[in-house]
Design a binder for this molecule. Structure first.
Ligand code: DAH
Length: 330
C-alpha cells in the first residue's frame, strides 16, 4: 500500500515536472502505457487474494482517475503555454507598410512614339510598320538616290550583300506604300533604322517616324502647318522652330527643322521634310500632274532628348535602370 501511494505521488510529481506536451506524452507512456509501471501494477493484482484484489482495485481505480485528471489538466496548461508562445512568436505588426510592387514602364522612346502616333491619328493618319531588312531599290534607288550618288555616303549603310541592307531611313516606306495604295493617302511609318555611327548624338540603331501625305493640291504650306502644329503640341510654346532650306534627293524643295529651347538655348536638328520629288512619284506610278505629296522624317531619339534635356543619345540604350526609372510617371 505504501508502495502504491509512493507510486501515485511519483506519477503526479513527474507529470508536474513536464514542460512540454511531448514530455508529458513520455510520462503517460512510462506509467500508463501497455508496459507502463502502473499498468504492470494492475496486471499483478490477479495474483492477489480475492479480498485484496477488491480492496486495491477500488483504491487503484480511484487514484488512476485522479492521475488521468491531473495529466489532462497539465496537458491543457501546457497547450495554453504553447499557444501563447506561438502567438507571441508569430505576432505581426499590422501597422508596418506593405511591400511595394515595383512597376516597370514603357521605354521613353516607346512613350514618344506612342505620343506622336496619337497626335497624327487625330489628323486621320494611319500608322504602318515596315521591314528593317530592306533592298537597295526601296532604300535608295526609288528614292532618287542612284548608285554613286553622294547622298549615299552620309548614310554609313550596313550591307548584308550587294543588294540587301539594314534600312538607313524609314523613307523606304514611302515607296512601299505608294506602290500599294491609291491616293489620297495619309500615313506615318514608325520604326528602327540603322547607320554605322556612334557618338554622343548617334547610335547604330535609332528610331524615326516617317510621314507621307499624297493628295491633290498638297503644297509646302500644308507641310509647314502640320510640322508647326505637331512640334508645338509636342514641346509646348517654349521652343523656337527654325525651318532651314536643305537638300534630300527625294524631296524638292527640302527643309530641315531645328528646335531651339528658349530657356536653355539647347538646339537640335530633329527632322527633315519636303515636297516629294516628281522622280519619286514617277517611280511609284503616281501622276505628278494630278497629285502632289509632302513627306517628313522625324528623329525620335532627338525629340525625346530635347523634351527631357538628355544630352547623350547613348543613354537610351544602356539599360541603366536609374535612367529608365525617371520615365515612370510621364
Ligand atoms: N530620311 C531622311 C533622313 O533619314 C529624313 C527625311 C528627310 C525624311 C526629308 C523625309 C523627307 O520624308 O521628306 O535623314
Amino acid at each position: 500500500m505504501l508502495n502504491l501511494n509512493q507510486l501515485f505521488q511519483n506519477i503526479n510529481i513527474d507529470v508536474k515536472k513536464t514542460t512540454t506536451i511531448e514530455e508529458l506524452d513520455q510520462i503517460k507512456i512510462k506509467y500508463l502505457g501497455k508496459k507502463g509501471i502502473l499498468t504492470n501494477y494492475i496486471k499483478n493484482l490477479k495474483n492477489f487474494s480475492l479480498k485484496d484484489k477488491k480492496k486495491y482495485s477500488v483504491i487503484i481505480n480511484h487514484s488512476k482517475k485522479e492521475v488521468i485528471n491531473n495529466i489532462n489538466k497539465h496537458s491543457k496548461y501546457l497547450m495554453t503555454i504553447k499557444l501563447e508562445k506561438r502567438i507571441k512568436q508569430e505576432k505581426i505588426d499590422i501597422s508596418l507598410p506593405g511591400r511595394r510592387f515595383e512597376n516597370g514602364c514603357l521605354h521613353p522612346i516607346t512613350q514618344t512614339i506612342n505620343y506622336i502616333k496619337n497626335f497624327f491619328f487625330k489628323l486621320g493618319f494611319q500608322s504602318i510598320n515596315g521591314p528593317e531588312i530592306e533592298d537597295e531599290y526601296h532604300n535608295f534607288d526609288a528614292l532618287n538616290i542612284p548608285k554613286n550618288h553622294p547622298a549615299r555616303d552620309c548614310h554609313d549603310t550596313f550591307w548584308f550583300d550587294t543588294n540587301r541592307l539594314l534600312r538607313t531611313q524609314t523613307s523606304n516606306m514611302q515607296i512601299r506604300i505608294m506602290k500599294e495604295e491609291k491616293p489620297p493617302m495619309r500615313f506615318i511609318f514608325p520604326g528602327k533604322v540603322y547607320r554605322n555611327d556612334y557618338d554622343i548624338t548617334h547610335t547604330p540603331m535609332f528610331h524615326q517616324i516617317e510621314g507621307l501625305i499624297v493628295d491633290k493640291n498638297i503644297t509646302f504650306s500644308n507641310l509647314k502647318w502640320i510640322i508647326y502644329n505637331f512640334l508645338y503640341d509636342f514641346f509646348g510654346k517654349t521652343v523656337s522652330i527654325k525651318f532651314r532650306p536643305s537638300y534630300f534627293p527625294f524631296t524638292v524643295p527640302s527643309a530641315e527643322v531645328d528646335i531651339i529651347k528658349k530657356d536653355t538655348l539647347q538646339s537640335l536638328e530633329i527632322l527633315g521634310c519636303g515636297m516629294v520629288h516628281p522622280n519619286v512619284l514617277k517611280n511609284v506610278n503616281i501622276d505628278w500632274n494630278i497629285y502632289s505629296a509632302c513627306a517628313f522624317g522625324i528623329g525620335i531619339e532627338r525629340m525625346t532628348m530635347l523634351r527631357y534635356e538628355i544630352c547623350d543619345i547613348r543613354s537610351f540604350f544602356e539599360n541603366d535602370i536609374r535612367f529608365l526609372n525617371q520615365f515612370k510617371y510621364n
